[in-house]
Design a protein around this ligand. Structure first.
Ligand code: GAL
Length: 964
């Protein structure tokens, strides 16, 4: 057999230098080569001739050459197209061979050295990230080649440089042997996607360094030592430290934690170079089966973060990185798993600065071999071990100086194999100061943590309860945030707080990876798998984040923030008692202020501050609420108590809500007919029946008018456009109820009217609603009563037959003319909520337009319900419209400009076109959301089981001057 061609070579590359620590703070000269480069795309690896690598080649005017922005992906700059697969390799699996169709980007860049580029020394050409394989030439000389996309690679080039007209040429292949190690669930995006820099290395420059900064919680001292392999000094002026490399000092310091990210400026200097850095003192250990930082158990309130920007893919600018982290901090998130590769190194600086625990994960995933029963899995084949070790080294060496990085992760979803063991052995030996992570069973030797993905709440509980020697348990992924959801977060959090060994988890995932595209008529939408003509793809499974592609928080993020709040406020609003529990791992509550307001019927009538005593982490304080104001107003009353930032922080202004609770003070008035005994009798009026303010079709019993407002098609509705979590995971048939709902035909229910029965006090309409081809059905009786002003509906639903699936929703739907598009309600808000995603729903008065009520999930699906609604008004610009109030129980309110059927049929947001109706759903019940698009489904208590139900509403017409 001949030697493999370099891009099909399982060895990690040729000609690159050993990995070393990142030195962003170096005072050595550096030239960023980002900018406009010449670019030519070939369909195969050998397609373009190699003349372009020669020194004298001139691409200007040569066929096929364009200008490309580097760093960047060519497929996002008009050359070729992105492609999305989850686990499947988009090429035949024949490792390490790749197809002839191997899009290859030739990149060429000319540069001059700045006039003040120093004489002497060495120079390195550094690539922070190239997908998936690069071969490099400088001034006509080949430097070598490398694989390992999300890892740095350096070449020594000093001898080749000239003051002017340097020619850098990089040939990048989309597919290589390395692609088999990079089967992460994301877009395939080839290119030079992180910076290329030229680094001057003066004589006596820092070759590599490692600043060890531990913290001894028993006496509050820091332990500092620099490892440098050459003569060097480390100074930390603020601490009065100036030591030589190898020397260790112990002195009092303030520790670094994710809650208190205390950093000290430091400088490491050798004869030729000074490197500025920020040091954080902290020690991470596993003790008695518990992961501890600085002596204390920590709890991960985490997310998995891919590098993603909607315009530039995995080229992510620093502003976006900071924005991600600021948003995380604002939402009480304290940990990031860098799924599933090391991030841009600047991201870790920001984690140090803002305070997040980081699991730094290696660029490794071979998930596609699962479809072959893991035959030929590279992590279980010696030939690949050098490549695996190379990846481990490049990660650990680059990132070893970050206090935020507390755990190394071998990679993701590679099955198991000896190669992982080799990586683990090397990492443990190189860095015994950090635990190692890999998702697997609890007895898996190559992980110090027991890490699982998507277990049910009950499994977490079972693991939490176990006695004896165990590893700390983390959920490296849970709560699949695809589309509407994830549901069931609160139940997980309770377990994390209850069991010491359950140390939290990382929601999958931070952001939707939608790519902006336009319809033919110019409207923008976010595209997903299949939208670029891919033969093999996994659709919108790439849109499963807590934020939309443009970083607008999705309701799932608001819910997560509430569920993981680091302060828990409980109490009894009637007895005016209040307990504030500090759930931080380290911080006391001195950074917070406690505010209260007292609300009657949703209106805040009084408010103020309560003194917040000093509550150490893990403890609570009991307080007393003030005497409620005498308002003279009757009705439902509640306290809203919130813990807010007392001062501006690096990530949110003073006043930012960190935690809150609402405590009922006076319960809602008992439900019932507000006008018992005052009912009016229906009157026949031609083809209509008049009842109080309403008109009905006398033949069908359909409500047609309320006051001046035309009402259309009011009847029982059980259908919702299935969410991604309703649909379930494609590889786990039956995991979500959506397919069963469709099979049964809940999207095409038929309604038969059996009787319209006017009597002295109202009208009864007896019906049966059922799908075709089954004898299952719902007997539905609508009982209408009225006073002169009010119309009341009482609905009774009695199922017939053996239903073996829950209902999507249960309530009534009706249409109003499009002009009634302003909504005001007293109930949960401001955002959407469902039975298992309602923790963040805040009871109050809210106002929105119908358009504003929609949540624009990248793939349209059920959204926008508001929980616990007491009353709602739908009005036009003049205030005319209708008011609906809860009958027997609070209801779920949804209003949109399209039907659930349209919503269900839409593939992208631009498929949703308003018609001339506002469709209103008033629901007695909604099915929960769960996480079945990848994880467990809806917990039993959040299922909407088919059972007899009674519910009702009171309607009134608004004439334009009436107040809600
Ligand atoms: C996990 C995997 C992630 C992602 C997720 C589903 O199995 O580790 O990369 O694919 O499922 O979105």
């Amino acid at each position: 057999m001949s030697n493999p061609v370099y891009y099909e070579d399982v060895s990690p590359g040729h000609g690159t230098l050993p990995a070393r620590a990142w030195t962003a703070g170096s005072d050595a000269r550096r030239l960023d080569l980002s900018g406009d480069w010449s670019f030519r795309l070939s369909p195969t690896a050998e397609g373009g001739d190699e003349a372009f690598t020669k020194d004298g080649y001139d691409p200007s005017g040569a066929p096929g050459w364009h200008t490309l922005t580097v760093p960047g992906h060519w497929v996002l700059q008009g050359h070729g197209a992105p492609a999305y697969t989850n686990t499947r390799y988009p090429f035949p699996v024949d490792p390490p061979r790749v197809p002839n169709e191997n899009p290859t980007g030739d990149h060429r860049h000319e540069f001059d050295l700045p006039g003040d580029w120093p004489e002497g020394g060495e120079a390195l050409l550094r690539f922070e990230g190239v997908e998936s394989c690069a071969r490099v030439w400088l001034n006509g000389r080949e430097l070598g080649d490398f694989q390992g996309s999300r890892l740095p690679h350096e070449f020594a080039v000093g001898e080749l440089l000239r003051p002017r007209g340097n020619v850098l040429v990089v040939r990048v292949h989309q597919w290589s042997a390395g692609s088999y190690l990079e089967d992460q669930d994301m877009w395939w995006l080839p290119g030079i996607f992180r910076e290329v820099t030229l680094l001057h290395r003066p004589e006596g420059a820092v070759a590599d360094f490692w600043v060890h900064a531990g913290y001894d919680h028993t006496d509050g001292s820091g332990l500092l030592r620099a490892e440098c392999g050459q003569q060097a000094r480390l100074s930390v002026p603020e601490l009065g430290v100036d030591i030589v490399a190898g020397e260790e000092v112990r002195l009092p310091v303030e520790p670094w934690t994710a809650e208190t990210p205390r950093l000290y400026d430091a400088v490491l200097s050798t004869a030729g170079e000074s490197v500025r850095m920020r040091i954080g003192f902290r020690t991470v250990v596993i003790e008695d089966g518990v992961l501890k930082a600085n002596g204390k158990r920590i709890l991960f309130r985490g997310v998995n973060r891919h590098e993603f920007h909607p315009e530039t893919g995995r080229t992510v600018d620093e502003e976006t990185m900071r924005r991600d982290l600021v948003l995380m901090k604002q939402h009480n998130i304290n940990a990031v798993r860098t799924s599933h590769y090391p991030p841009h190194p600047a991201f870790l600086d920001l984690c140090d600065e803002l305070g997040l625990w980081v699991i730094d994960e290696c660029d490794l995933e071979t998930h596609g071999f699962t479809h072959l029963d893991w035959r030929n899995n590279p992590v279980d084949d010696d030939r690949w071990t050098p490549a695996l070790l190379d990846r481990a080294r490049r990660m650990v060496e680059r990132d070893k100086n970050h206090p935020s990085v507390i755990i190394w992760s071998l990679g993701n979803e590679c099955g198991s194999g000896a190669g992982l063991g080799e990586m683990a052995r090397w990492i443990r030996e190189r860095d015994p100061s950090r635990p190692l992570h890999y998702e697997n069973d609890h007895d898996f030797p190559d992980s110090d943590l027991h890490s699982r993905m998507y277990p049910r709440q009950s499994e977490v509980e079972e693991i939490g309860r176990r006695e004896g020697a165990e590893k700390p348990f983390v959920l490296c992924e849970y709560a699949h945030a695809m589309g509407n959801g994830p549901g069931g977060l609160s139940e997980y959090q309770r377990l994390f707080e209850k069991y010491e060994r359950c140390q939290g988890g990382f929601v999958w995932e931070w952001t939707d990876h939608g790519l902006p595209q336009r319809t033919e008529d110019g409207r923008e939408f976010f595209a997903y798998g299949g939208d670029f003509g891919e033969e093999v793809h996994d659709g919108n499974f790439v849109c499963d984040g807590l934020v939309f592609p443009d970083r607008t928080p999705s309701p799932g993020l608001t819910e997560y923030k509430k569920v993981i709040e680091p302060v828990r406020i409980t109490g009894d609003g009637t007895a005016r008692t209040l307990r504030v529990s500090n759930l931080h791992d380290f911080a006391d509550l001195s950074h917070l202020a406690l505010e209260w307001s007292y609300e009657v019927e949703g209106e805040a009538l009084a408010g103020g501050r309560l003194p917040l005593p000093d509550v150490p982490a893990g403890e609570s304080a009991d307080l007393e609420l003030p005497v409620p104001p005498r308002t003279g107003q009757s009705g439902e009353a509640q306290w809203t108590v919130r813990a807010v930032l007392a001062d501006d922080t690096a990530w949110a202004p003073r006043g930012h809500w960190v935690a809150w609770a609402q405590l009922p003070a006076v319960p809602p008035a008992p439900a019932g007919v507000p006008y018992a005994g005052a009912e009016v009798a229906p009157r026949r009026d031609g083809a209509s029946l008049a009842l109080g303010p309403a008109l009905f079709d006398a033949a069908t019993g359909a409500l047609t008018r309320l006051g001046d407002v035309p009402v259309e098609g009011l009847r029982l509705d059980v259908w919702r456009a299935p969410t991604d979590n309703d649909e379930g995971a494609p590889w786990k048939p039956g995991s979500g109820p959506g397919p069963a709902w469709r099979r049964l035909g809940l999207d095409r229910m038929r309604h038969r009217v059996d009787a319209v029965e006017p009597d002295d006090t109202g009208v009864t309409v007896r019906t049966r609603a059922a799908p075709a081809a089954t004898d299952l059905g719902l007997r539905v009786v609508y009982r209408w009563t009225a006073t002169a002003e009010l119309l009341r509906l009482d609905v009774s639903v009695d199922p017939e037959g053996e239903w073996n699936c829950p209902l999507p929703r249960l309530g009534v739907r009706f249409g109003l003319p499009a002009a009634y598009d302003r909504v005001r309600w007293f109930g949960g808000g401001p955002g959407e909520a469902y039975p298992d995603t309602r923790a963040a729903s805040l009871v109050g008065h809210w106002e929105e337009t119908v358009d504003g009520l929609q949540t624009p999930y990248v793939r349209p699906q059920e959204n926008g319900a508001r929980a616990d609604v007491r009353w709602a008004r739908l009005t036009d610009g003049s205030g005319a419209g209708l008011r609906v109030a809860a009958g027997t129980a609070h209801f779920w309110l949804t209003a949109r400009r399209w039907t659930s059927e349209h919503l269900d049929a839409a593939a992208h947001t631009t498929d949703l076109v308003p018609d001339d109706t506002v469709y209103v759903n008033l629901d007695h019940g909604q099915h929960g959301i769960g996480s079945a698009s990848c994880g467990p489904g809806v917990l039993q208590r959040h299922k909407l089981m088919v059972a007899p139900a009674r519910f009702g509403f009171t309607f009134a017409a608004l004439t334009g001057d009436g107040e809600g």
